[in-house]
Design a binder for this molecule. Structure first.
Ligand code: SF4
Length: 508
């Protein structure tokens, strides 16, 4: 993603709006970004290949770097590289990763920059053997703990918050790895779904609030082969069966004796990230027992109830807007059409086009279907608006294709606050909804009307329909089980002194 600073948007100053739009013309992916996916396998002769396939299915959670560390029971073998999974590993490199256990990671940087030294898993040798770790989430007090460790003589090789955990585990006075991990986690705050690998075991831990997802599966052909992943969709590719989610605050150890579970001492109410349902997770995943695809359709139905409009056709912004658009279309009985076609062959574009062709940025990804749009009153469904720049370009594209009216509907509430729990978000000032009303945003994106789903509507949709075989009070079945800080500003985790300073800097 091309990252550009956004000048505060002032609807009373059209000249300023133009300047903002130009500054961001190449930034054609106006979304919050999940930054990491994690995957582990234990007890399989082809652990590296299984991890590779698992990471491939988690590619949507991070595209900057990929890494796998394996264990053959005696030592660890690591390969990490920048880029997509398919580019990061060749067949030869996978062959150099022997063993029956592996952990892997795909990364989109938040804490720490985009450098190979920050690519995970981190692997180290220390007094008690070898250890590798990878992390989805963000430690909110990592800077403070790091400063403390550096003052005591620790030397860091990366700028990633995850390395803080490596030092804490290594310095712990406990003997068993799981006790060392518990000891280390007692020092940190924030969001984490973590995987540790030693010569003979895998440890998987989810933070006490369960902010980031983590689930367990089993390979039916080898009953002792377990897998752990950010999303169960990664199990399908390798023929693994989903067993269950790792519960918030649960630690799973998998070794030669099988799988065992224990609880972290810290107890908190669940706070799952609601944005996983809205955008981050793959639609063919399920989280906390609910199909992401079905939840997104429910979000679309709720949106139709709350923000009805008379129109001839409902079109999604593909791919993430598709299920919500189907839900909206069904509820309003307005035909659903694919009025925008996404090119699936666009990777990153490194060209810096001349001014005359700069507006082709979004067109590289999306193209309108004129026969569907011409002369029509069109409802465009998207999952969120971050800066508004992409929505503006899409609406222009739909109008240029002949649409008579363009109504924009968003299947989540206005995103007004940054995320500190492992999601790449702009500063508060850059979020258009933090300083502009819905009407002002509608004018900026040039929509005939704009409607967002309410917070209550979103929470009703994500807790709504039944989960297969789940008890009524299952995690995720109540609105209180969800973090929605980026919509509401209600942050569940207290900020450390450093965090408070960061919050002031970004205008929270
Ligand atoms: S602030 Fe938003 S993106 Fe971050 S964890 Fe909470 S719901 Fe998810």
């Amino acid at each position: 993603m091309t990252r550009r600073r956004l000048t505060v948007l002032d609807p009373a100053r059209p000249d300023r709006q133009v300047r903002v739009a130009r500054a961001l013309e190449l930034d054609d992916d106006d979304h919050f970004h999940d930054q990491c996916g994690v995957f582990a396998v234990y007890g399989h002769a082809e652990a590296a290949n299984i991890a590779y396939l698992g990471l491939h299915a988690l590619q949507h959670r991070g595209q900057e770097s990929a890494g796998i560390v394996t264990s053959d029971g005696e030592q660890l073998y690591a390969h990490r590289s920048m880029g997509l999974v398919q580019d990061a590993f060749s067949a030869e490199q996978l062959q150099k990763l022997p063993g029956r256990a592996a952990i892997g990671h795909v990364r989109y940087s938040t804490a720490g920059g985009s450098h190979l030294r920050n690519a995970q898993p981190f692997a180290v040798d220390y007094a008690h053997g070898s250890m590798a770790v990878c992390h989805n989430g963000n430690l909110t007090n990592a800077d403070e703990v790091r400063a403390e460790l550096e003052a005591q003589g620790s030397i860091f090789s990366s700028t990633s918050d995850t390395e803080v955990l490596v030092h804490l585990v290594a310095k712990s006075k406990e003997i068993a790895l799981e006790d060392r991990v518990v000891d280390a986690l007692g020092r940190v705050q924030g969001a984490y779904s973590l995987l540790f690998l030693t010569q003979d075991s895998i440890v998987a831990v989810r933070d006490p609030r369960g902010l980031r997802p983590l689930c367990i599966g089993i390979l039916p052909s080898r009953k002792d082969a377990h897998v752990v992943a950010s999303e169960p969709t990664s199990f399908d590719l390798i023929g693994a069966e989903y067993v269950r989610d790792v519960e918030p605050g649960e630690m799973i150890v998998i070794d030669g004796a099988g799988m065992r579970s224990s609880r972290l001492p810290e107890k908190q109410a669940p706070q799952m990230c609601v944005f996983e349902y809205v955008y981050f997770a793959r639609p063919d995943s399920h989280l906390a027992g609910r199909s992401v695809y079905e939840v997104r359709k429910d979000l679309g139905r709720k949106l139709a109830e709350e923000t009805p409009v008379d129109a001839d056709v409902v079109i999604p912004v593909p791919d993430s807007g598709v299920p919500a658009a189907i839900g909206y279309s069904g509820a309003r009985k307005i035909p659903f059409e694919m009025g925008l076609i996404r090119s699936h062959y666009v990777g990153r574009t490194f060209i810096e086009p001349q001014q005359s062709i700069r507006h082709f940025g979004v067109r590289l990804k999306l193209n309108p279907v004129e026969t569907i749009l011409k002369g029509k009153r069109v409802v465009v469904i998207d999952d969120s608006i971050v800066r508004g720049t992409t929505s503006r370009k899409i609406i222009k594209m739909v109008r240029d294709a002949g649409a008579r009216e363009v109504h924009l509907r968003i299947s989540s509430p206005p995103t007004q606050w940054p995320c500190y729990y492992g999601i790449d978000t702009p500063t508060r000032r850059e979020l258009i909804a933090s300083s502009h009303s819905v009407d002002e945003i509608a004018r900026y994106v040039t929509a005939d009307s704009l409607g967002y789903l309410s917070l209550e509507g979103m929470l009703a949709a994500v807790t709504g329909s039944p989960r297969s075989g789940a008890a009524a009070d299952t995690v995720g079945s109540h609105a209180e089980h969800f973090c929605h800080a980026c919509f509401s500003g209600k942050y569940a985790i207290p900020f450390s002194q450093t965090g408070k300073r960061q919050m002031r800097l970004v205008g929270v």
